[in-house]
Design a binder for this molecule. Structure first.
Ligand SMILES: Nc1ncnc2c1ncn2[C@@H]1O[C@H](COP(=O)(O)OP(=O)(O)OP(=O)(O)O)[C@@H](O)[C@H]1O
Ligand SMILES: [Mg+2]
Length: 152
């Protein structure tokens, strides 16, 4: 069993602070796998994470595109790449492979991108450690609990 690294409870009023805390605690990780039911808030939180990095591209759910690309400029003035994937519509790992998902993850693991994945369980074999597993649960009206666990 892996041990939890961090638990965060938040509402839409406190989601910015939760996103800031997330980045403080997850330094060094590049691949983030977000699980949680439909409407749990995966896309909403990823959007806030991107805002925090200074992404100026429109962040939206890649439900149909399967993968979105965003950019931001880091503290050293270097352009950084983000892949935002949604595997909900994928049937299996072969489809994920053919859609180029593995390349994006590899690039992130090599330190050349960040990679956010919604519905990672749809093509689990593609996702090799190390990565962070993030589980979001609805704990009340407008309230969410996030559990972050390293998979090493
Ligand atoms: N604390 C909260 N955090 C995130 N979303 C919240 C919160 N409270 C309410 N919401 C609402 O819940 C919805 C979450 O939708 P979102 O698209 O982010 O879910 P998702 O997990 O990405 O779903 P899907 O599996 O369909 O991709 C939004 O309408 C958002 O406004
Ligand atoms: Mg979503």
């Amino acid at each position: 069993m892996q041990t939890d690294m961090l638990r965060l409870s938040y509402t839409l009023d406190s989601i910015e602070a939760a996103a800031a805390r997330f980045w403080q605690e997850t330094l060094g990780y590049r691949v983030f796998a977000f699980s949680g039911e439909m409407g749990a808030g995966k896309t909403t939180f990823i959007h806030k994470l991107c805002d925090h990095l200074g992404v100026t591209d429109a962040v939206s759910s890649p439900t149909f595109a399967l993968i979105n690309e965003y950019h931001f400029t880091d503290g050293n003035g270097v352009d950084q790449l983000i892949w935002h994937m949604d595997w909900y519509r994928l049937r299996d790992s072969e489809e994920a492979f053919n859609a180029g998902m593995e390349d994006g993850i590899e690039q992130a693991r090599a330190g050349n991108a960040f990679c956010f994945i919604e519905w990672p369980e749809k093509a689990a074999e593609i996702l090799q450690p190390p990565y962070l597993r993030i589980n979001i649960e609805t704990t009340g009206d407008g309230e969410r609990e996030m559990i972050i666990t390293p998979v090493l």
